[in-house]
Structure formats: structure tokens, C-alpha cells
Design a protein around this ligand. Structure first.
Ligand SMILES: Nc1nc2c(c(=O)[nH]1)N[C@H]1C(S)=C(S)[C@@H](COP(=O)(O)O)O[C@H]1N2
Ligand SMILES: [Mo]
Length: 890
């Protein structure tokens, strides 16, 4: 029966084994391919037997885990995790890999603690006592659909156990991202893990349901509801029915019930294919005639042709749907684990060889049949010894049970797991060499390519793995291609920064004997934001000293900029620069700014951060105290959970967010805005926009934001932000930051524009559509205070009557201050019943309602609406004598 994972588990099988084997060699049977290794290394492969049983590896122990502080405020606050895991997508969702050395050191099997995790969203909750009652269905094109509980799955079917290496299709993607940013986050080379999986072959369940003629695919769906629906994908029906493929409906990993991150209580596990097909938290198995139409099946886990750019990919639905580009089998791949990144080897120890070691895997059950290594850039190669721990399980005696499942391996010809290779290389040779590169070949004689095949999702990256050797005094220092996530380091970034073209077929190095000019330069795709003449190194302390309104400095891509000269000119107001002071704002900057804005950056560039400062910033995702009195923070993103969406017109909704606690104040001055940040669930790209909420800035506990959703239509693409926001289910959070904006209404006619105070006798406010929101804020402040003498007229232009947003509230506000406020609606497409004004906000209307500027500096016009409207209104006003001093465009 399934059991929870005890922290110090005793070996459940009769086989005794060292509990935490320090190296793979010790726990593995001799490999079947004995490559000609140098230095007699094959002698380190021991054959161990106990009680006449051939030994096979058992999993390393788990440590005791708890819920980590960072997870507390996320929807995953029920999940216990190991703090060694490297988070690749910020705090949430949880996408992690272990440090490469730790992963390798654990040996053939990876513990639950260090197993990589790829979660597209939150982890569905299933309490321990409920796991047996969890059900999933087998349905679709079958004669006998049925629903199965986990209890029935365990009680009525024979269980099997065997080792499987899961690999995310994004493994090694950071290398692609350094060459050119793909639409995916940066996995290092540890996006893979191996475990003993226990469950029922899926063929048995599908056979019971009796597929009908025409059925060709099997779709899987999980319980995790994501912005684009539940996670789901499909594989071929044929594969499911083929015992050789080994597809399991699994409920135990390494002998324990599934950890929440790995699909508790039940999931699909597909050996030899990318991890993305192994659906976790399984709810539905559907037999179909066509591949899955799930969003994640179409827009994830594909290798599109290399010329499809991130920009172009947004408009190519047919390309995405082309099943030929979907990934199923893994490709041959390998990495060097030792020497590790930054490892130093002394030249004076007297040792004459260094044992270069690493992992390799093939796909589709194909064995890695050779592993080659070069230290002269591929001119000559030597063979490494390969060690296949997986084969030891094939030798288990007939009937051997492991974790309640039959150890079902002896007859299999397939290779479902990673293998390990090693080769001794003379230290003197390494001293002479510039780099070490490795490549694997599989039994289909497919060999890893020298050159990268870049593609828009950055998947299946498998060029030769290259470690650079640096000679430093009396030692050698080794440098891997990259470090995972945003961690700096690796030769790829270094070479690129130095102007090398990583795609020149020579790892970005100058090709000897060739003229510089003959080397094809990488086309300049990114705007240069640095001043090449600036070479100042800036420390963390110096940066921290510029964290206030005085001389705010900020960091983009590791470079430091002084925002002081631009405080007044910045379109977002000084607050947006001050808010970023002393912080790394790389992501936000990229998300918000145009190419023009980027081109201005060299003028403000003053230096770059030193290594220590870079490292410090990389690790400091600022945490906010959830007990704080004010929700919005100018300098840090804070989270609020979406509570509900209330539809108020055909395309407009109020999104209600719950703040950290009931007495927490929003903290937004009248007339200012807040920033909302969402992430594209598949690409993890940040989308950031400014909104003015409906709530008053002094409201507590909840925050209402009115958003007009720009849906995609056949003619044009809709809004990225608004559609993404609309697709977020209740219970998910959104990031906020603020306030931002140049205008603030202080009350009783006093306002501040870019920090300069002025008194206003009358506000002329012109808005259209959802542009009403900042106007709404000012109007509310000015009508609510009965002692406020300020006059105002609001002109609200819309298409049809139903488009008028917040009409009742606007009427009520103006109604309470009739003697000094007026509200006019005008419609361009009125129904016959409309008795109000008709037509656009044009010259006639403005001359009648606003009139020429009588006393410059006394009255003000505030405008907020669609860009075309803002422009035309601005032009008309200029013609009427209004100067920009008295016009404010939100
Ligand atoms: N329901 C569900 N299943 C899922 C995913 C997910 O986000 N939701 N991620 C997939 C991807 S892309 C991978 S690589 C594997 C990762 O499995 P692991 O987290 O157990 O290592 O799960 C797959 N199954
Ligand atoms: Mo994945």
C-alpha cells in the first residue's frame, strides 16, 4: 500500500545497500559496454552482491523537510520542500533543479528532495487521508468508460516498479537563452532526475475501457487549473498499448506516496519521452481520434523551425498546431558534472590524471552506446567508459518485489534511464588544452551535434557540452557554459559580453587564421544600453547609497544607471525612477520600455556592478511583511490574491483582490496609478501595465480594479495583459507595485504635477471608455469633500450606452455636488432611444463646455482615454489657446 515517506526510511527490500552511496560507481553493476578507458578506471566499477542477489541501487534517504518561508505566501503554502533546490522562476510557480554536483553525487537515483520540479502553476491539494479516494476517469472513444479511485487502482491491478529518468524538454535551455532569449526560463543542465516508479501499466486500463475503431491518441489532464485551462497533453494510443514503452499510471516514487510537487496522489510517467507528457495530479485519460487540443499541448513542448522568432511566433497558430513540431522522444544528450563549474585543480599535487565524469541519456528507450570526449575542439576524440546502473535491475531474481510492485525489468530491451561516463585525462594534457567537450551517441547512431539548434521555446538543447579550462598560476579553473536561472557565470555569457558571436560555429571564439572581417558578425538584435567608454565598477554599498530620492541609481542587466537627470522628464513620473532606486529592475525595464527608451540609456550609464554586488542582488527577492499597514510598496512587488471577477459590461470586469489582512490600506494617492504584473504561464515572460483602481487609495482589505478586456478578434490581436488577467482563476495572485504617476490631487483645489503644487479653480475632465478610472478618482475626491470649492465638468465619450462605465457612481458623485460639478455623456453610436448628446468629443462640444483658456494657470484639463481621442482632444485644446502647462494627459 502507498505510504508516506518516512524521513529515515529502512530499505523495504531484502537487498541491503549503503543508504547514501557516495558515488555511482559503488552502487552499479559493471556496464555491458566496456569502453577502452585510460588509466584503468574500469576497475572502480564494482560488482556487489548480497544474499546472492545482484545488487541494484535503492534511493538515497530524504532529509526532513518543512514548508519554506518563501512558499508561505504562495498557493503552495502546503508543500514541504528542500531549500537546496534552485528556483528558476522566482518564488512561484515552483520550477527547480538541484545544483548539478549535488544531483550527480546522489548517484543513479535522485531523492525526492532533489528531484527536479516543473510546475506550470500551483500544486493541487490532496490530504493524506484522501489519497485513496482520489478518482480519475478513462473515457472518450471507448466502449466502456469508467472512473477509477486510487484504492481500486492499487487493489485490482498488478503493480510494477522500475527506474525511470524524467527529463524536462527545457534541460540546458539557459545555453539557448544566452545565444538568444527564447520563450522559456533558464534551466541549467540539472533538469532531469531518476526515481523508482511504482504503478500500473496504462495498457491495462485502456484495454479494460475497450478503445473503438478510429481511436489513435490518449489525452491526459491534470487537476492543476492554469490560466489557459487544466494542464494536459497527449501521446499515441499505440504507445500506451506497447509494454516496451513502459508507460505507467504511478502512485509511488522511490517507494513513497507521491510528493505534492510530483503529482500526489497519482500521475502518468512516460519513460524515454520529455517530462512534459508525464501528467501529474491525473484526473482524466481520454481516448481520441486527434491529438490533444489542450493549450499546453499546443503551445508548450515543441521545437518550432529555427527561423521562427519570439515575435513571429505570436501570430502563427497553424505552425504551433503542426504535430510534426511536437516533441515526444528525448534526444541524445550529455553533460560534464566533474570538473564542476569553478572547480580548481592544483597542478602541484603530483596526481597525473583527472577523472572527467558526467551523465548521458537517450530517448525513446534507446541506449547511449558511446561517449566521446575531445580536448582539441573535435579534431581528435577519445572514448569514455560508460556505466549503466539501470542494467543491475534486470538481474533481479524472478518474482522480486519492490515497494509492492514487481520489479519488471529482466525482459526489457529498452533503456529508460541516464547512464554515467568517465574518462581519465592527464593533468598535463588538460594544462595544454583550452576546453573539454563531450558528445553522446545512441543506438540509432545519432550523435549530439556540435552546433546548437536554437528554437523559440529553447527546447531539446543538446550540442556538445563544453567546459572551458583557465590556467591560473599553479592551478586550472574550469568554467561550465552557464549557471541556471539568472545566476551569473559561465563562458557563454562571458564570450557574448566580450563581443563574441556564439553562433559562429566556434563557440564565439575568433577563428584562428581567419581575418576578423570574415567572421560573420551576429546581427545586432538588441539595442545597446551601455556606454562603452564607461568602465567603473560599482560595489553594493555604493549602490545602496543611492536608494533614495537624491540621485537614484538603478540596475539593468548588471549595469548601473543614474536616473537623476531624468527625474523630471520621465513619462512615468519621478516616482517610477525613485521606486527602482538601488534595485535591479532588469525585468521591469525590459517589459515596459520601448526601443526608443532603451536607446536613451547610454546617456545615464555610469558603470557596472562588481561580482559581489551581482551575486547579492541575484539572491535578494525582497520579501514584504504581510502584517504591514500599507499594501502598495514603491520599491517591491507585493502579491494580492484574486478573489472574484465581476462582469460589468460586455468586455469590462472588476477584478477584486484580497489584501494581506482586513485593515491593510491600499496606499494610493488620488490620481495615481499602480502597476500590475502577470506572467505568461508558458513563457514566464512578465507583462506589466499601469492601472488606476476603482477603490479609494485609503480603502482597506480589498482592492478593486476595473479592466476592459481586449479580446482577440479574427482581424486583430487583443491585449496581452488584459486577456492574461482575464484567464487567471480566482485564488491566484497578481503582483502589484506603486504608486506611480505624475499627477496627484491633494484636495481643496490643490494638486501636484511632477511634484510641483498648484491651485486649480476648475477641472475640465475629458475621458473615454475605461479612461474614466483616473478621472473617477479625482471626481470622487473633489465631490466627497463638501468644503472643496473646486468646480468641474466631466465629458465622457463612448460608443453605445452600454459602454459607459461606472455611470451610476458618476451620476451619484456629481449629484452630490450639483452646484459646482457637471457630467456630460456623448455617444458616437447611440440607439434611437438616446436623448443625450451625440457624436465625438469634438471642437463644438469643447467650445461649448470647456471654452477657451481664460486664465492661464488657474484652470486645468485632465484627459484620459484611447490614444486617438487624447491626441485629437489635445490638438483642439491647443487651437483654443490652452497650453501644455494646463493640460494633463494621464
Ligand atoms: N498536471 C501537470 N502535469 C505536469 C506538469 C504540470 O505543470 N502540470 N508539468 C510537466 C512538465 S513540463 C514536466 S518536465 C514534468 C515534471 O515532473 P516533476 O515535476 O515531477 O519532475 O511534469 C509534467 N507534468
Ligand atoms: Mo517539462
Amino acid at each position: 500500500m502507498t505510504q508516506a515517506c518516512p524521513v529515515l526510511r529502512l530499505s523495504p527490500s531484502a537487498v541491503s545497500f549503503p543508504p547514501s552511496p557516495p558515488s555511482t560507481a559503488r552502487q552499479s553493476r559493471k556496464g555491458s559496454f566496456d569502453g577502452s578507458t585510460e588509466g584503468g578506471l574500469s576497475s572502480s566499477i564494482l560488482e556487489r552482491t548480497t544474499d546472492n542477489h545482484p545488487s541494484y541501487p535503492l534511493p538515497p534517504q530524504n532529509s526532513s523537510k518543512g514548508v519554506l518561508l518563501q512558499d508561505l505566501k504562495t498557493p503552495d503554502s502546503h508543500v514541504e520542500r528542500d531549500s537546496r533546490l534552485i528556483r528558476l522562476t522566482g518564488v512561484h510557480p515552483f520550477n527547480v533543479e538541484a545544483p548539478l554536483s549535488d544531483l550527480y553525487d546522489e548517484g543513479f537515483l535522485t531523492s525526492e528532495d532533489l528531484h527536479y520540479v516543473r510546475n506550470h502553476g500551483h500544486v493541487p491539494k490532496c490530504e493524506d487521508q484522501d489519497i485513496y479516494d482520489w478518482t480519475f476517469t478513462v473515457e472518450g472513444m471507448v466502449a466502456r468508460p469508467f472512473t477509477l479511485s486510487l484504492r481500486e487502482l492499487i487493489d485490482t491491478y498488478e503493480q510494477t516498479t522500475y527506474p525511470i529518468t524524467l527529463v524536462c524538454a527545457g534541460n540546458r535551455r539557459k545555453e539557448q537563452n544566452v545565444v538568444r532569449k527564447s520563450k522559456g526560463f533558464s534551466w541549467g543542465p540539472a533538469g532531469l532526475s531518476t526515481a523508482l516508479w511504482t504503478g500500473v501499466p496504462i495498457a491495462e486500463l485502456i484495454a479494460r475501457a475497450k478503445p473503438q475503431r478510429g481511436a489513435r491518441y490518449v489525452c491526459f489532464e491534470g487537476a492543476d487549473e492554469l490560466p489557459n485551462g487544466y494542464y494536459g497533453t497527449s501521446v499515441k494510443l499505440n504507445w500506451c498499448m506497447d509494454a516496451n514503452k513502459g508507460i505507467l499510471v504511478a502512485h509511488k516514487m522511490n517507494g513513497c506516496m507521491l510528493h505534492p510537487d510530483h503529482g500526489k496522489p497519482v500521475r502518468i510517467v512516460i519513460p524515454g519521452q520529455i517530462g512534459g507528457r508525464s501528467v501529474k495530479w491525473l484526473k482524466r485519460i481520454t481516448v481520441t481520434a486527434e491529438p490533444s487540443d489542450n493549450w499546453y499541448h499546443i503551445y508548450d513542448n515543441r521545437v518550432l523551425p529555427t527561423m521562427v522568432t519570439p515575435e513571429a511566433s505570436a501570430d502563427l497558430p497553424e505552425t504551433w498546431k503542426d504535430e510534426r513540431y511536437a516533441i515526444y522522444d528525448l534526444n541524445a544528450n550529455s553533460a560534464i558534472c566533474y570538473p564542476a563549474h569553478d572547480e580548481k585543480v592544483s597542478l602541484t599535487t603530483g596526481l597525473d590524471k583527472y577523472k572527467v565524469r558526467g551523465y548521458a541519456y537517450g530517448g525513446g528507450g534507446r541506449r547511449i552506446t558511446r561517449m566521446e570526449i575531445t580536448i582539441d575542439k573535435g579534431k581528435t576524440w577519445r572514448l569514455a567508459h560508460i556505466n549503466y546502473p539501470e542494467d543491475t535491475y534486470r538481474l533481479a531474481p524472478e518474482g522480486e518485489m519492490l515497494y509492492g510492485g514487481r520489479l519488471d525489468m529482466w525482459w526489457r530491451e529498452t533503456s529508460f534511464c541516464w547512464c554515467f561516463w568517465e574518462v581519465g585525462i592527464g593533468i598535463a594534457e588538460l594544462e595544454e588544452a583550452a576546453d573539454i567537450m563531450v558528445r553522446a551517441m545512441d543506438e540509432g547512431l545519432i550523435v549530439q551535434p556540435r552546433d546548437m539548434y536554437w528554437s523559440v521555446l529553447g527546447m531539446m538543447n543538446n550540442p556538445w557540452f563544453r567546459v572551458v579550462i583557465h590556467k591560473e598560476g599553479h592551478s586550472l579553473r574550469f568554467e561550465h557554459p552557464t549557471q541556471p536561472a539568472l545566476m551569473p557565470g559561465g563562458w557563454m555569457e562571458r564570450v557574448k559580453k566580450a563581443g563574441g558571436n556564439l553562433s559562429n560555429g566556434f563557440w564565439g571564439e575568433k577563428i584562428s587564421g581567419e581575418d576578423d572581417d570574415t567572421v560573420k558578425r551576429e546581427p545586432q538584435r538588441e539595442i545597446c544600453m551601455i556606454n562603452p567608454k564607461v568602465d567603473r565598477l560599482i560595489t553594493l554599498d555604493e549602490l545602496k547609497g543611492h536608494g533614495g530620492e537624491n540621485e537614484p541609481w538603478f540596475v539593468v542587466n548588471g549595469h548601473v544607471y543614474d536616473g537623476t537627470p531624468f527625474l523630471e522628464g520621465h513619462p512615468g513620473g519621478a516616482a517610477s525612477i525613485v521606486g527602482a532606486a538601488a534595485q535591479d529592475t532588469t525585468e521591469e525595464f525590459g517589459a515596459i520600455h520601448s526601443e526608443n527608451a532603451k536607446a536613451m540609456m547610454p546617456d545615464y550609464h555610469i558603470g557596472r556592478l562588481d561580482e559581489a554586488a551581482l551575486a547579492a542582488l541575484a539572491g535578494s527577492a525582497e520579501e514584504c511583511d504581510p502584517n504591514r499597514a500599507v499594501f502598495l510598496q514603491a520599491r517591491a512587488w507585493t502579491k494580492a490574491v484574486l478573489q472574484e471577477k465581476v462582469k460589468i459590461s460586455a468586455d469590462t470586469k472588476v477584478f477584486r483582490f484580497k489584501l494581506d489582512h482586513e485593515s491593510q490600506e491600499i496606499g494610493l494617492p488620488v490620481g495615481q496609478h499602480l502597476m500590475m504584473r502577470l506572467r505568461d504561464p508558458a513563457t514566464r515572460e512578465a507583462i506589466i501595465r499601469a492601472y488606476t483602481p476603482m477603490s479609494e487609495g485609503t480603502d482597506k482589505g480589498v482592492l478593486d480594479v476595473l479592466v476592459k478586456i481586449y479580446y482577440d478578434t479574427p482581424e486583430r490581436k487583443g491585449g496581452k495583459m488584459t486577456q492574461a488577467l482575464d484567464s487567471i482563476p480566482a485564488g491566484h495572485f497578481v503582483d502589484f507595485k506603486g504608486p506611480v504617476g505624475k499627477f496627484e490631487y491633494l484636495g481643496k483645489g490643490l494638486c501636484a504635477v511632477s511634484g510641483k503644487q498648484r491651485r486649480v479653480r476648475r477641472f475640465n475632465m475629458i475621458c473615454g471608455g475605461s479612461g474614466v478610472t483616473p478621472i473617477f478618482q479625482v471626481l470622487r475626491a473633489l465631490t466627497k469633500d463638501h468644503d472643496d470649492p473646486t468646480e468641474c465638468v466631466v465629458v465622457d465619450g463612448n460608443g453605445v450606452e452600454e459602454d459607459i462605465l461606472c455611470r451610476l457612481q458618476l451620476d451619484a458623485m456629481v449629484g452630490s455636488a450639483k452646484h459646482r460639478c457637471r457630467l456630460l455623456h456623448t455617444l458616437t453610436r447611440p440607439s434611437p432611444a438616446w436623448t443625450g448628446r451625440k457624436g465625438r468629443v469634438d471642437k463644438a462640444l469643447m467650445e461649448a463646455e470647456i471654452g477657451p483658456c481664460e486664465k492661464a494657470g488657474e484652470d486645468m484639463v485632465l484627459i484620459c482615454g484611447p490614444e486617438a481621442m487624447e491626441k485629437s482632444v489635445h490638438a483642439i485644446l491647443s487651437g483654443m489657446g490652452w497650453t501644455d502647462e494646463d493640460i494633463f494627459l494621464f
